[in-house]
Design a binder for this molecule. Structure first.
Ligand SMILES: [Zn+2]
Length: 100
């Protein structure tokens, strides 16, 4: 599959892609970076939006609107119940045999 982060849309082949740092907004309308997960809170239940892991970028084709999300630094995203993340280990895609 074509990587949309290279600037080519994998759906239509267009050569303009918009990169956007995703954010979310709380009650006070303060912008926070949208991440894959966040550290647990110390006292209250739930996760703390100020301590995120894997900030998300959205890539959108300027022609057809096809969009894909990518997280930065995915190997550093913590896995565990306290982060509400779970690691799913699949079988790697088969590599084509080496030529020559
Ligand atoms: Zn497109």
């Amino acid at each position: 599959m074509q990587d949309i982060r290279q600037g080519i849309c994998p759906a239509c082949g267009h050569g303009e892609v918009i990169e956007c740092e995703l954010a979310e907004f709380g009650h006070e309308d303060l912008e926070r970076r949208m991440c894959v997960t966040y550290d647990p809170r110390w006292v209250a239940r739930g996760r703390n939006p100020r301590h995120g892991h894997g900030p998300l970028n959205l890539y959108t084709c300027r022609a057809c609107g096809f969009s894909q999300w990518y997280a930065k630094d995915p190997s550093a995203i913590p896995v565990g119940d306290e982060h509400r993340t779970r690691l799913i280990v699949g079988r790697p895609a088969r590599q084509p045999p080496d030529e020559g």
